[in-house]
Design a protein around this ligand. Sequence first.
Ligand SMILES: Cc1cc2nc3c(=O)[nH]c(=O)nc-3n(C[C@H](O)[C@H](O)[C@H](O)COP(=O)(O)OP(=O)(O)OC[C@H]3O[C@@H](n4cnc5c(N)ncnc54)[C@H](O)[C@@H]3O)c2cc1C
Length: 474
Amino acid sequence: MREYAIIGGGIGGCASAALLNASGKDVVLFEKEPYLGGCASTFRHKNRYYNTGATTLCGYGEGRIVRKLFDQVGVNPDLIRSDPSIVVIHGDKTIPRYQDVERFIQVINEAYPHPKHTDFWHLIYMLATEFYTMEGYYYSNASRIQKLYSLCSFYPLLRKFWRYLFEDATTFIRRFYGTLDPYYLDFLDAQILIVSQVKSDSVNFLTCALALGYTFETNYYAVGGMGKVCETLTSKISDVHLSHPITSIQKTDKGFQILSHRESIEAKAIIMGTSYFESSQWIHESNINSYYKRYEHLNNHQSAFLLYLTIPNSREFAHHYQLISDNMIPFTLSKSLFVSISDPNDTKLSSDSTLSVTASIHTDERIWLSLPKPEYTHQKEHLATLLTQWICDTLMIDEHSILERFAATPKTFGRYINRTQLGGIPMHRHNLLPNLPSNDTPIEGFYTVGDTSYAAQGWPGVVMGAFNLMKVIR
Ligand SMILES: Cc1cc2nc3c(=O)[nH]c(=O)nc-3n(C[C@H](O)[C@H](O)[C@H](O)COP(=O)(O)OP(=O)(O)OC[C@H]3O[C@@H](n4cnc5c(N)ncnc54)[C@H](O)[C@@H]3O)c2cc1C
């Protein structure tokens, strides 16, 4: 009988397994694919490597939560600092998002002149910095009483930020600036969307500040691909089973029986690192499925379309770009495209004088999942062509020099990592904490982690959940 079985080797599963292992617990980690990382993995295609989805690592600065994780586990990821963390290209404007707030304010004043920028961006900087350093709160969902106790731990946070919690960000920003240029709002919205998965009219101002302020945190490029960060994180765990999809989980008197095509093991506790919205497809245990069902309404079906390119290493690029168009891009939910280019010194992703490109844009999974094959193929090719041209025109890449090009839709993600919804739980201002899942559940010994659990998506959000898990497990 194992102590903890962790299902899914994404950021959430790897972080939880590594923390438990570091505290001397007996853990076994199962990952469906032959490599770790899930949305934050790195895969091989025709002998070249590409980051699957996530490309930026935030939260590894001094005293920040991702740094604490690696310090606690006792391993160091191979990272290069990215400053500017993103270069935003909006029409004819280029806005590098420098980490230094004063340097950034200078740039924003040149791009969208306004006398209120200094006050606004100082407020964003202050809120983000204070929030990211606050500690002491935790969230439990095991019972009503435990939930109530845990919510009390948020009191200092509430007291500090309450005035930014109850108004949507667009109204707040409009009031702050007096007037609001819709073009500047597009710039803000594009960045809010990539962090919170909704636009400024749907988030409260605190969430908006965290989304706009994450570029003032130290941001990193992962050498050898994002998947290598998860490999490093789990390097001290002896029992990591790759290419090992779990097909069934059953509750027993003593814990859980976990089945894969290859074996059956028993564990006292189970930690699900898989998506809340999709796990019911392959779990055949009625009380677990009814638990997941409770949160089905939080699924906004948001997903991503990915374009992967190999280009020649012919000139210098930033690590990350965000391109913003004046118009919505067909078959997507967005006007903006996030483009990441491998560092030329990264010998894995940038081999043979080439660079690896991962570009992503928000889409709705329903635009893709129900299409008959010919329409699906046509739509995929149409969007891939359009995005390739956009990238080439904006970043001055000769389209004929592209050595490899292929794309992934929500359907592709479903096939590989068992999930088509890729945005986690959107940070919509009506998705209030007491209504959200935590990392513990009312089912004894059954825990969850990842971006559909507490706290949020991305490295800092998912790692915050792994630390919360350690608190509620105790
Ligand atoms: C396009 C895109 C770009 C992003 N960019 C960034 C970024 O730049 N920076 C950032 O911090 N975040 C980014 N994010 C968000 C971040 O990648 C996710 O929030 C995070 O990776 C989610 O981790 P997770 O552990 O919750 O789940 P997942 O990554 O979904 O991991 C779940 C794992 O479970 C495995 N699994 C599924 N079913 C089974 C089964 N039956 N048995 C065993 N294993 C199973 C899957 O294969 C997968 O590896 C991005 C996300 C996307 C989609």
